[in-house]
Design a binder for this molecule. Structure first.
Ligand SMILES: *Cc1c(COP(=O)(O)O)cnc(C)c1O
Length: 365
């Protein structure tokens, strides 16, 4: 068996220890005589797996007691509809901060359910920055303010937490799509009304969506909101109103255990800073490659970069693949290359990438 360094933006690499444990438990989980995929979601074994996963996630992110953790399905794109269906309420207007492809998509979907006010946008900069909160123009009484705190495609990450109290609007709930950087750094959960993310970037398999929602935001869904997507229904049923994605929850739980063994979120953040610094310092010191994101807003998780001579793109991709470095092609809307270096990517993987890039440049210069 030989494993590659996988820089996919998602579904993305998982910790090898987690994959090995899942393989060992595939046929018989802890003496149950069956694998996790085959268990009833209401049986005592799976109920314990889900409860442990939730407890570990709460511990890792220090989720306050007045927040509910929901295990849902449909991914972040489904949440783009589920959020307005649940939170627009009587106000019928929500504010969106647009910083890239994902928040563009989110505000577009929300328009089906109410009025959308674009509070701020970095479109003029080609989505290479995050507008500072002092420039946000909130509407008079929005149901919530939507943010995407790490734009996976553009490689733009908020360099601050969107704490509306700092602009005197602390009563408005902040919603954050954290799909591609959840658990990569500590967050102050109490500053948000709702945090959500698909699992397949930084947590586990596709099919699981994590929602962390403040309790007072439950029970506001529009009458036509599907029951399976009504946060109150999901919360009241312990995320088992419908059958949850059981195997994805189990793998996510193993990832949470792995993260705790690494020392938790603060420890993994230190590793993520070191990984990102290695790659960005190399890019900045090179006249062969470049990153075009505003330095203060560069993502630690998703690093888009360009070869200054784009005629070499195909050779770069072919040779990197031959060297065991895969999924480096940039998103089609951006072009160039992108290296996603989530929690599960060890420093050694980033070192291998930088070594290859240095060697490639030397051979072509
Ligand atoms: C990947 C991603 C999405 C889309 O997730 P799906 O699971 O395909 O719905 C949305 N937002 C962000 C920030 C993402 O990284």
């Amino acid at each position: 068996m030989s494993r590659v360094w996988n820089f996919s933006a998602g579904p993305a690499a998982l910790p090898e220890d987690v994959l090995r444990q899942a393989a060992a438990e595939m046929l018989d989980w802890h003496g149950a005589g069956m694998g996790v995929m085959e268990m009833s979601h209401r049986g005592k074994e799976f109920t314990a797996i889900a409860a442990q996963a939730e407890a570990d996630l709460r511990e890792l992110l220090a989720v306050p007691a007045n927040y509910r953790v929901l295990f849902m399905q449909g991914g972040a794109i489904a949440e783009n509809a589920i959020i307005p269906l649940n939170l627009m309420g009587d106000k019928r207007v929500a504010d969106y901060v647009v910083t890239g492809a994902w928040s563009v998509k989110s505000q577009k979907e929300a328009r089906k359910y109410g009025e959308v006010n674009i509070a701020a946008s970095s479109e003029a900069s080609g989505f290479t920055s995050v507008p500072p909160m002092a420039e946000w123009r909130l509407s008079a009484d929005p149901a919530y303010v939507f943010t995407c705190t790490n734009e996976t495609i553009g490689g733009v990450e908020y360099p601050f937490e969107p704490d509306l109290a700092q602009i005197g609007r602390g009563a408005v709930p902040v919603v954050a799509d954290m799909s591609s950087h959840i658990l990569s750094r500590p967050v102050e959960v109490s500053k948000y009304g709702l945090i959500f993310g698909g699992a397949q970037k930084n947590i586990g398999p596709a099919g699981l969506t994590i929602v962390i929602v403040r309790e007072d935001l439950l029970g506001r869904a529009m009458p036509h909101c599907p029951s399976a997507f009504d946060y109150k229904t999901v919360a009241d049923n312990g995320s088992m109103y419908n059958t949850p994605p059981t195997y994805a929850i189990y793998i996510a739980g193993l990832v949470f255990q792995w993260l705790k063994a690494q020392g938790g979120v603060a420890a993994i953040e230190a590793q993520n800073i070191a990984k990102a610094k290695l790659l960005y310092d190399f890019l900045d010191g090179s006249d062969f490659y470049e990153n075009r994101v505003d330095r203060a807003c560069r993502s630690r998780m998703n690093v888009p970069f360009f070869l200054r001579d784009e005629a070499l793109n195909d050779a770069f991709l072919a040779e990197s693949k031959a060297a065991g470095l895969v999924q480096l092609k940039g998103h089609k809307s951006v072009g160039g290359m992108r290296a996603s270096i989530y929690n599960a990517m060890p420093l050694a993987g980033v070192e291998a990438l930088v070594d290859f890039m240095r060697d490639f440049a030397a051979r072509r210069a």
